[in-house]
Design a protein around this ligand. Structure first.
Ligand SMILES: NC(=O)c1ccc[n+]([C@@H]2O[C@H](COP(=O)([O-])OP(=O)(O)OC[C@H]3O[C@@H](n4cnc5c(N)ncnc54)[C@H](O)[C@@H]3O)[C@@H](O)[C@H]2O)c1
Length: 354
């Protein structure tokens, strides 16, 4: 296959939450991007939609400027990077695109229609990524021509703020397609990860378990919703903002997780808390993480001390960057007109003082 042209023209198809977020993510890095509405509308409705989109994007940018992410004078420049086009311009816009994100509603009918038309109108070497949250890339790929240039790119909302993008290819996706998307995302400061063609990517699969368990705890009267939310924000979330989940297993030791799993499976639910085979295998082979030099990651003996020393600054940086915000019940307790009880939304960047 010939070397594809560099990615210059980016199109987000579907002018909803995800399309707008992706457009903003590129614009914030000075990259021109077109938001292509894919729903048939009368000309007047398209004009109204564009005005509404521009108003919303401006309001978001103003809020980000207030938070100190950039100077308010930059807002017009960011907005100028985003073009908004109606469906009647689809052939022209898609025909010129190097990278296309499909972000139409999460229904099979909408995806089939949109991907089919995108496949027809785009150049054969244009990179096409679906932002689907639940459909497998292998199920969507047959909907387009040249499926080797197709994969899933799961952004987390708000797409312009959250660094992670989960990329999931299907067996026919070319390596070039995967590499091109990864490099493009890195070029705008995103953190792409690659996961297999399995349901739930990485984050939804993990967070669904956590969310289900939190809901169960409310039902069982274990703790109040407010306290569970505090526990996730100031404990669980705080911890995992600076250390990966598997890295954390290694840090404590696989044996700790093994014993915790045994205890909880005996006392709460044998299936939900069953110890995974891999943890038992690691336990039995003495692969206990940092302590034994090997777990899910490798810890060479000459690097262990430096690694241990680094974990504290990582958490400290996390504390410094913490966005102080309020829980919904705290908001309702604050006096009307008095603002929030905390400096809500104040984002302290490293180097700006806190
Ligand atoms: N919103 C999120 O938090 C989020 C997170 C991750 C992934 N996603 C995925 O992103 C994709 C888009 O979701 P969203 O939240 O932006 O949806 P949305 O409802 O906000 O936007 C969808 C857009 O498509 C338009 N539309 C409606 N019917 C259409 C049709 N038949 N054909 C073409 N366009 C149509 C709507 O007018 C709207 O502009 C979905 O696949 C969703 O699973 C969303």
């Amino acid at each position: 296959m010939s070397t594809p042209a560099p990615i210059k023209r980016i199109v987000a198809v579907g002018a909803g939450r995800m399309g707008r977020g992706i457009a903003l993510a590129y614009a914030l890095r000075g990259q021109a991007v077109t938001l292509l509405d894919f729903k048939p509308r009368q000309a007047a409705d398209s004009e109204r939609l564009e005005a509404e989109i521009r108003q919303e994007l401006r309001a978001t940018l103003e809020q980000l400027a207030e938070l100190g992410m950039f100077a308010a004078e930059q807002i017009d420049g960011y907005l100028a990077c985003i073009g908004v086009a109606p469906l009647r311009d689809a052939a022209h816009v898609l025909g010129q695109a190097d990278l296309i994100y499909e972000g139409v509603p999460e229904t099979l009918a909408a995806k089939t229609d949109a991907l089919g038309r995108i496949g027809e109108l785009a150049q054969p070497d244009a990179l096409i990524a679906s932002t689907t949250s639940t459909m497998l890339a292998s199920d969507l790929a047959p909907m387009l021509s040249h499926p080797e240039r197709f994969l899933n790119a799961h952004w987390l909302n708000p797409a312009f703020l959250i660094p992670l993008v989960e990329i999931s290819a299907h067996p026919g996706t070319s390596e070039q397609t995967l590499n091109r998307l990864q490099s493009n995302l890195e070029s705008i400061g995103k953190v792409p990860v690659v996961c297999g063609c399995h349901p739930g990517f990485i984050v939804p699969r993990l967070q669904t378990l956590i969310m289900n368990e939190a809901a169960r705890m409310v039902d069982e009267g274990v703790a109040s919703a407010a306290d569970i939310d505090k526990a996730t924000r100031y404990g669980l979330g705080f911890r995992f903002a600076s250390i990966g989940v598997l890295e954390f297993i290694d840090y404590g030791g696989n044996d700790i997780l093994y014993h915790a799993g045994q205890y909880l499976s005996q006392n709460l639910d044998p299936e939900r808390y069953a110890v995974p085979d891999i943890i038992t295998r690691y336990m039995e082979s003495g692969r206990n993480g940092l302590r034994s030099g090997q777990g899910f990651h490798e810890y060479p003996a000459d690097q262990q001390q430096a690694y241990r020393r680094d974990t504290l600054p990582r958490r400290h940086r996390n504390e410094k960057n913490r966005c102080v915000a309020v829980c919904p019940d705290e908001l309702s307790r604050s006096e009307p007109g008095s603002g929030s009880p905390h400096p809500a939304g104040r984002l302290d960047h490293p180097g700006r003082g806190s």
